[in-house]
Design a protein around this ligand. Structure first.
Ligand code: ADP
Ligand code: MG
Length: 488
């Protein structure tokens, strides 16, 4: 199915290929015989049309093919050759039509890539997973440890996965037996969407989220498992989330050596704090851009759902409330899932009156229009703005302060500049106002209403082009030079 998509206009393409195959004997075997009679008919119709003209010179086509040689895919060859038989007007029309189709299929959220993913990559992954046993892990494969979280969907434990085919002897390291440390999450009424999203993300943007190791249905009941309950397993990416770091009095210095591998000597502390926060924001927004490019909106971006790894990477977790706007998966919002502290004013990724989605292929076909009209990705960008504000303004870090902020910002019509005049929370804007206020400017463009036609709030791609991220080069250079001089 996916291959047929690559071939937007199969019938007429094959038509003229036949006529020219004698120029290109290598094409001959690839043409199925049943096309022959059918195609020659049409060929006759086309003989009257003008040939050779300034724009699509026959020789140009031929020399292109010569240059391309055998590397030219067959369908491109036939496409080019077909041109020869069309009138000038028809040629322009087909070029225009082809380009429009191409733009449509490749514009966000990517119908073409989505089809390839759904009809080719997903079945391949399923087959591969079945062979490797990833989808039927067993309760006995785990040593389950502490409970590390309990949220909207079930319980999260840390644990270790003991691989079946690794014997103890093979597996001796300095620290003793090495096992994969895992986070496992499950419940009897499991959010089936979360599993689906993790498989999807492990194909589409694996580096942005916790490494997904697979799933299993508990085969017996014991203290942790209930028989029949579904469990998901991820690599345990880190002991603490950004939420844990933010709660600490020393934030953001407590992340300095994690993020930069060392303490930034010779840089004054407010500058260092600003750099750490910028580095975190850059990672969050880069990951958001990647998932949005595949049509997924996370819908639950907040510090507790961002795991900080030992290497200072920020991993997105908890896709239980995510939605895939490409095929309309899980888009009907369940408001109880959303965290009101980080939720944008629109509350929904799509307007409430949007009808429930048609079957996946049809939904996918219309998804670029839906995306253009509603910019559902901007939902996550508001939450990212709140994360920035909380990191940069110490008095907003506690949940109680955030609740007050949310009351105030609502009163101010979600206009952050107005809020700055109005607030009684005595915020310290030092970090946001540094570097000529670029951080503040970005915050005002994230925490705002999702206006019509995307005005009012930046998408992940445009946020990454904001001067806050771009114009830091001079400072980064200064920091690096200080780092290297302090080493001497
Ligand atoms: N892969 C992981 N690595 C490390 N910690 C994790 C991982 N997955 C979850 N956690 C921890 O478990 C907590 C809850 O997990 P989460 O998926 O957010 O579940 P919930 O739906 O209950 O919020 C997270 O805040 C985090 O501390
Ligand atoms: Mg969570």
């Amino acid at each position: 199915m996916a291959t047929s998509l690559l071939h937007p206009n199969p019938t007429p393409t094959a038509i003229t290929t036949l006529k020219h195959h004698h120029h290109h004997p290598s094409l001959k075997p690839t043409i199925p015989p049943h096309n022959v009679s059918f195609l020659t008919n049409t060929n006759r119709l086309n003989t009257n049309t003008t040939k050779c003209n300034a724009f699509f010179d026959y020789n140009v086509v031929n020399s292109l093919l010569d240059v391309g040689g055998d590397k030219f895919p067959t369908f491109l060859r036939s496409l080019l050759l077909e041109f020869e038989d069309l009138s000038d007007m028809q040629r322009w029309e087909s070029v225009l039509f082809g380009s429009l189709i191409w733009i449509y299929l490749t514009s966000r959220p990517g119908v073409l890539i989505g089809a390839i993913d759904a009809y080719l990559l997903a079945p391949l992954q399923l087959g591969f997973d079945n062979l490797s046993g990833r989808r039927n892990l067993k309760t006995a494969d785990f040593l389950v440890g502490n409970k590390i979280g309990e949220g909207s969907f079930g319980v999260v434990y840390s644990g270790v996965l003991v691989p079946k085919n690794v014997t103890v002897d093979q597996d001796v390291t300095k620290r003793g037996r090495s096992k994969v440390k895992v986070g496992i999450k499950g419940a009897e009424e499991f959010g089936e969407f979360e599993e689906w999203f993790n498989y999807r993300l492990s194909r589409a943007a694996p580096e942005t989220c916790a490494e997904f190791l697979g799933s299993f249905v508990a085969d017996k009941t014991n203290s942790q498992f209930t028989k029949g309950g579904k469990w998901l397993v991820w690599k345990f990416e880190g002991d603490l989330t950004l939420g844990d770091y933010i709660k600490d009095r020393n934030f953001p210095s407590n992340l300095e050596s994690v993020m930069f591998g060392r303490v930034l000597q010779g840089v004054d502390s407010s500058r260092r704090n600003a750099l750490i926060i910028k580095q975190i924001m850059r990672q969050i927004i880069t990951s958001l851009k990647k998932i949005h490019d595949t049509g997924i909106v996370h819908r639950d971006i907040k510090p507790a759902n961002l795991v900080v790894t030992k290497k200072g990477q920020i991993k997105l977790i908890d896709f239980g409330a995510a939605t895939d706007l490409r095929i309309g998966k899980n888009y009907v919002p369940d408001r109880t899932l959303l965290d009101p502290d980080y939720c944008p004013p629109e509350l929904y990724v799509l307007p409430e009156e949007t009808p429930s989605p048609p079957p996946a292929p049809i939904a996918a076909f219309f998804s670029p229009i839906l995306w253009q009209l509603n910019s559902p990705d901007l939902f996550d960008m508001y939450s990212a703005g709140i994360v920035l504000l909380q990191m940069a303004i110490p008095t907003l870090r506690s949940p109680a302060a955030l609740k007050n902020f949310n009351l105030e910002i609502k009163t101010c019509g979600y206009d952050l500049k107005k809020w700055r005049e109005f607030t009684r929370l005595r915020p310290d804007f030092q970090i946001l106002d540094s570097e000529s206020g670029r951080g503040w400017d970005l915050a005002t463009k994230l925490i705002s209403e999702r206006g019509p036609l995307r005005r009012g709030r930046l998408s992940a791609a445009s946020a990454l082009r904001h001067p806050y991220f771009l114009l830091g080069g001079d400072q980064a250079a200064a920091v690096l030079s200080k780092l290297s001089s302090s080493r001497k």
